[in-house]
Design a protein around this ligand. Structure first.
Ligand SMILES: Nc1ncnc2c1ncn2[C@@H]1O[C@H](COP(=O)(O)OP(=O)(O)OP(=O)(O)O)[C@@H](O)[C@H]1O
Ligand SMILES: [Mg+2]
Length: 290
């Protein structure tokens, strides 16, 4: 699978930092292939949910069904109980289903009727949305966008990569050929290691200063939230761990600020033609790194 290096790094960062991913991209650029390849590489359970307007929250989380023979209700878990869950075209789901889904992303458990069921660990949602089709969609509200650790886009491969892919794919489905490179228990161990990466007080202040800068920027109606800061710091720790360091650096924060912060900014009504990523870049430029 050909994926831009930066994108792959951010996928691994999100996995290690226990984050969820939103992919905004065109059809046929490999979103499904990426999610399947990730699940296969870590030997994890994979599920896919295709969102439609008539889908109910129960289609995602599961439902209690009556077992006549045993005369009791049984929980039948929905696709959300897999380790890697691809949620295709999340903006086609109704707001009610979206909020049910996003709630379990955060809580990592599901309550049906009165019983709470823990989700799998690791648990990662990779949601996709198409950047050009808006008809019949329900755009995710800001509060829900905020739950995704990173926003990525795969984009089109280079001509060379694309030609190579055509040659390789001619015969068969390549994802099925992938061999796991690790296992779920090791991923859990790595997640624990990331949580133990050190961040100095100065680094935390640096993160806060960057967030504040996006809030103070006249072009934003809404800047990055405290939750955004938590995720940025966690992601920075994951990047430090990937680089075999036991402490995070401003470099880590800078490398991830754009994919972590951009989608959370709400532009001011008069900020016509402004790119949200520019606001993040400006914030990084203006805030002195320690
Ligand atoms: N960058 C890529 N590297 C390798 N294979 C790719 C790449 N992009 C697309 N493909 C191949 O093209 C086919 C379509 O990709 P895939 O189904 O993953 O796209 P998608 O983004 O999920 O599309 P959709 O929006 O329709 O769901 C698959 O066989 C996939 O392996
Ligand atoms: Mg797909």
């Amino acid at each position: 699978m050909k994926v831009p290096e930066g994108v792959l790094r951010n996928v691994i960062v999100a996995l290690l930092a226990e984050g969820h991913i939103l992919i905004e991209d065109y059809p046929g650029v490999g979103k499904t292939a990426l999610a399947r390849a990730l699940a296969r590489s870590i030997d994890a359970e994979y599920a896919r949910i295709q969102c439609t307007a008539d889908m109910l929250p129960g289609d995602v989380v599961g439902t209690n069904i009556y077992n006549q023979r045993e005369n009791r209700f049984e929980f039948r878990p929905g696709p959300i109980f897999a380790n890697v869950v691809l949620v295709d075209e999340i903006n086609r789901a109704s707001p009610k289903t979206q909020s049910g889904l996003l709630e379990c992303m955060q809580e990592r458990h599901v309550t049906v009727d009165v019983t709470t069921h823990e989700l799998a660990r690791p648990f990662m949602v990779i949601a996709t949305q198409n950047p050009i089709e808006y008809e019949g969609t329900f755009p995710l509200p800001e509060a829900q966008l905020d739950r995704f650790m990173v926003l990525l886009s795969l984009g089109y491969p280079s001509a060379n990569d694309e030609a190579e892919m055509l040659a390789e794919h001619a015969a068969r489905d390549r994802v099925m050929d992938l061999e796991p490179v690790t296992e779920v228990s090791e991923v859990l161990g790595a997640q624990l290691a990331v949580a133990n990466v050190h961040a100095s007080d100065a680094l935390r202040r640096y993160v806060v200063a960057v967030l504040e800068r996006t809030r103070a920027d006249g072009r934003t109606e809404l800047g990055a939230s405290p939750r955004a800061g938590l995720m940025l710091l966690k992601a920075a720790k994951a990047l430090a761990a990937l680089d075999s360091r036991d402490h995070a650096l401003p470099d880590d924060v800078q490398a991830l600020a754009e994919p972590v912060l951009t989608h959370r900014l709400l532009l001011a009504p008069d900020a016509v033609g402004v790119e949200r990523a520019d606001i993040v870049r400006d914030a990084l430029e203006r805030v002195p790194a320690l």
